[in-house]
Write a protein that binds this ligand. Structure first.
Ligand SMILES: C[S@@+](CC[C@H](N)C(=O)[O-])C[C@H]1O[C@@H](n2cnc3c(N)ncnc32)[C@H](O)[C@@H]1O
Length: 246
């Protein structure tokens, strides 16, 4: 019996892989993943069996990874950022469980994209924060709205994942208006596209000015909305932790 390693690749190219992820990728017999991510690690995988697919074929990728491991192969199933955050780790475990096909599965943590985005913006996550995905493909929009409202009322810094896609354009506007009903218009908002990879772009605006950047936001973007104490200084977004005397 082989094993499936679910490898968090980090948000960008090779410099953002952890050493452990690099080791696992080098040792693997087979690589399974979304085509775009498999391409990013091509320099490490030239001699390996590759199974890659486009979006929406996640279950098929899990089935393939499990089948290869049951043939005795060491499989690295790659996932962007951290595999356990809106990634492939839970799904491969569920597929193995449902199919009754036990196989050793190990999760190799990666740097999540919101952590990289926060570092690019400054230090917006120094206090409690909530992460909310705006994708309603797998979650009802009512639930997403409820979470946005609760996080906004509780004054969490709010990280918005999957903010907008070609087809899903209205959710982000609704999300920002829910948050804006509970925050000042001058609350800082950071927008980071392609964190740590080619085409990286970051901007800091405010809740009132957010609409000016709406068209630039897509599925390669993370949005971080500050809490009531977040401020900007010299192009940095900072959420104070509460230290006295600074
Ligand atoms: C399916 S989720 C994957 C999250 C990933 N597992 C993580 O740990 O960050 C995809 C979403 O992550 C965000 N994302 C992933 N990589 C990114 C990057 N390099 N820059 C900005 N956002 C990114 C975008 O919001 C995108 O729509």
């Amino acid at each position: 019996m082989g094993a499936v390693y679910v490898v968090g690749m980090g948000p960008g190219g090779l410099p953002h892989l952890t050493l452990r992820a690099m080791e696992v990728l080098k040792a693997a017999d087979a690589i399974v993943g979304y085509t775009r991510y498999v391409e990013l690690i091509a320099p490490l995988t030239a001699d390996k069996e590759i199974f890659s697919t486009g979006m929406t074929r996640e279950i098929e990728r899990c089935e393939k990874a499990i089948a290869l491991a049951r043939e005795g192969k060491t499989v690295a199933m790659v996932s962007s950022g951290d595999a356990g955050i809106y990634g492939m780790a839970g799904l491969v475990m569920q597929v193995a469980m449902r199919r009754g096909e036990p196989v050793p599965i190990e999760v190799i943590p990666g740097v999540p994209s919101f952590v990289s985005a926060a570092a690019i913006l400054g230090a917006p996550l120094m206090h409690d924060f909530a992460s909310i995905s705006l994708s309603d493909l797998l979650t009802d929009w009512e639930k997403i709205e409820g979470r946005l409202l609760a996080a906004a009322k509780a004054d969490f810094v709010i990280v918005l994942y999957n903010p907008k896609s070609g087809k899903r354009t209205e959710g982000l506007k609704k999300a920002v208006s829910i948050i804006a009903a509970h925050r000042e218009g001058n609350t800082p908002v950071g927008i980071v596209r392609n964190a740590t990879r080619e085409g990286e772009d970051a901007v800091i605006t405010t809740l009132s000015g957010f609409h000016l950047y709406y068209d630039k936001i897509d599925m390669l973007t993370i949005v971080i909305v500050g809490n009531s104490t977040t401020f900007t200084h010299e192009h940095r977004m900072i959420t104070p932790r509460g230290y006295k005397g600074v």
